[in-house]
Design a protein around this ligand. Structure first.
Ligand SMILES: NC(=O)c1ccc[n+]([C@@H]2O[C@H](COP(=O)([O-])OP(=O)(O)OC[C@H]3O[C@@H](n4cnc5c(N)ncnc54)[C@H](OP(=O)(O)O)[C@@H]3O)[C@@H](O)[C@H]2O)c1
Length: 255
């Protein structure tokens, strides 16, 4: 019997990362659950994965720290025996504007959102090469519909995701044929400090389709890309059409 593929999901303790991890665990993947501070939530995600019959283990790392990020793939391979795919879902989101922009804010976002994707993709490539893997591995980076529908809010976050989108293209070129590199760009899917449940429901109802993306829709797209052997260097937008509806402010600032 072929061994089950192993996927590393960053930021998998809570919210979309947890949903992606559980979705993949129920569909034949063993899962490396990465987290930073949410240790208790990571334990709950692991328990739910084990209940679904997946092999799963937790890995704590601050991806903004280069040495910690570089240590992650070797730790996963040492613990789970192999690695076949990476979903870079972890993300920093701190709203700012051109008026209060700082180098420090931009650096924080790039260190969490952008640079780890390059390091983790290269590490996956090197592992697959050392293993002599016959099939390509895959990286899926979580982007954002706002890259197709820009507004000037959240400038550091948006710049980091725009660079991640570009990195998705560059890595697809650089790491072929061993690694496919793709993106999933969610629309407004979950609430936040600025968006409570009532506001989320109201904003999602305004999407072209009359409803918003659910966490399961994002996870389904990630699974598709992980298993789509002829797809690389492209992004699937999962946003019920929000990128086709220009907004002059970020959702957090809309009524
Ligand atoms: N939610 C949405 O509606 C939406 C919309 C568009 C795009 N997206 C994208 O989809 C992805 C998931 O969204 P989300 O809202 O579920 O994400 P989130 O809750 O904002 O963040 C996910 C996790 O990222 C981890 N993280 C942050 N900085 C880190 C660092 N320096 N090192 C390691 N981990 C770090 C945190 O882990 P710990 O808690 O363990 O510290 C956090 O739980 C993100 O990439 C986001 O940009 C989401």
């Amino acid at each position: 019997m072929a061994p089950r593929p192993v996927v590393l999901v960053t930021g998998a303790a809570r919210r979309l990362g947890r949903e992606i991890a559980l979705h993949l665990g129920a569909r034949g993947f063993d899962v490396a659950v990465h987290y930073r501070r949410s240790a208790a939530d990571a334990e709950a995600t692991l328990a739910d994965l084990h209940a679904r019959g997946a092999v799963a283990a937790g890995f704590a790392a601050d991806l903004a720290d280069e040495a910690s990020c570089r240590a992650l793939v070797p730790a996963v391979v040492a613990r789970l025996g192999r690695l076949d795919a990476v979903v870079h879902n972890a993300s920093l989101f701190e709203p700012d504007h051109a008026a209060d922009f700082t180098y420090a804010a931009m650096e924080r976002h790039w260190r969490a959102n952008t640079a780890p994707a390059v390091v983790l993709a290269q590490a996956l490539h090197d592992h697959l090469a050392a293993r002599g893997a016959a099939e390509p591995g895959c990286v899926v980076n979580l982007l954002d519909q706002k890259l197709w529908n820009p507004n000037p809010d959240c400038v550091s976050y948006t710049l980091s995701k725009a660079a991640l989108q570009c990195a998705t293209t560059l890595l697809a070129q650089a790491l072929a044929p061993r690694v496919r590199v793709c993106g999933v760009a969610p629309g407004l899917t979950l609430g936040s400090a600025q968006i409570d449940d009532a506001k989320l429901e109201r904003l999602q109802a305004q999407a072209l389709l009359g409803y918003g993306a659910r966490p399961a829709d994002i996870a389904q797209a990630v699974h598709y890309l992980l298993t789509a052997r002829a797809v690389t260097g492209t992004t699937v937008l999962v946003d019920a059409g929000q990128h086709l509806q220009p907004h002059d402010r970020d959702f957090g600032y809309l009524a």
